[in-house]
Design a protein around this ligand. Structure first.
Ligand code: APR
Length: 243
């Protein structure tokens, strides 16, 4: 793994580090990324067709079953060395903020604390009519009803066209603007507003480091673009910086 000594020096001296992760960091745990093709029964649908309020209104059972399948997958997998490397990085850096677009909960499961879950968490459900009820997911065949108002319960994740959880984006932007080093890890950088965080950091003078399997629109603007598996690159980075 070819890692620049300059990057290692910068990391050792950094006081504030922010990291944004996407589906790529969970790929080595065995979870499909968003741009991976869906398989089996679900191959006939695109995530963009299912992860919307309109899709849920039209066919709540279909959307519920898709999330039940995804939750089932999440329940079968474990965090991977990439998740654990970020837990370790937080122990070496005075101020570390982890922001994720993932709803799989694997960062928390690996031991990361105060994770900013920009797109929610698939382990939770909430009232579709927004009466405020939020519950942990219970395995049910039928779409469950809100205990308070009787409306359907829905996955507590951000669907296309919805706004992000109140406060989450503000905290993420604040961390991006304040950091010395900003990591963009395992994300194609195509979905806003998460994709703008790296530019918020860069515009405030942060060093941007991309760790991704393939080039993205950010690669040419990052000071360091490390193309490889996050489960390999992150542990190598931690070992070189603080081994
Ligand atoms: N290590 C590092 N990067 C990887 C790995 C890996 N092992 N495997 C895949 N990748 C990269 C892919 O090359 C791709 O660029 O991870 C990226 C995953 O991109 P997407 O599938 O677009 O996932 P993501 O960027 O998280 O999507 C953002 O879009 O669909 C919405 O809300 C959904 O949170 C999601 C958002």
């Amino acid at each position: 793994m070819d890692i620049s000594p300059e990057l290692i020096r910068i990391l050792r001296e950094a006081r504030r580090v922010a990291a944004l992760t996407g589906a790529g960091i969970s790929a080595e745990s065995g979870l499909r990324t968003f741009r991976d093709a869906q398989t089996g029964h679900w191959a006939q649908y695109r995530p963009e067709e299912l992860a919307t309020p309109g899709a849920f209104r039209r066919n709540p059972k279909l959307v519920w079953d898709w999330y039940a399948m995804r939750r089932g997958r999440v329940a079968e997998v474990e965090p991977n060395p990439g998740h654990y490397a970020l837990v370790e990085m937080a122990q070496h850096v005075p101020h570390f903020t982890l922001v994720t677009q993932n709803v799989d909960g694997l960062h928390v499961q690996a031991g990361s604390r105060d994770v900013i879950e920009l797109h929610g968490n698939i382990q939770r459900v909430k009232c579709f009519d927004g009466c405020g009820v939020v519950e942990t997911w219970e395995e049910t065949d039928d779409v469950p009803r809100c205990s308070s108002c009787g409306a359907y319960l829905r996955p507590d994740v951000v669907w296309f066209g919805e706004s992000l959880p109140f406060g989450a984006l503000e905290s993420a932007v604040e961390a991006a603007r304040a950091c010395d080093v900003f990591f963009s890890i395992g994300t194609s950088g195509v979905v806003q507003p998460a994709a703008s965080l790296a530019y918020e950091a860069k515009n405030r003078g942060a060093v941007v480091v991309e760790i991704n399997l393939e080039p993205t629109p950010l690669s040419g603007k990052a000071e360091f673009a490390l193309h490889g598996k996050s489960g390999d690159v992150l542990p190598a980075l931690i070992k070189r910086a603080w081994g």
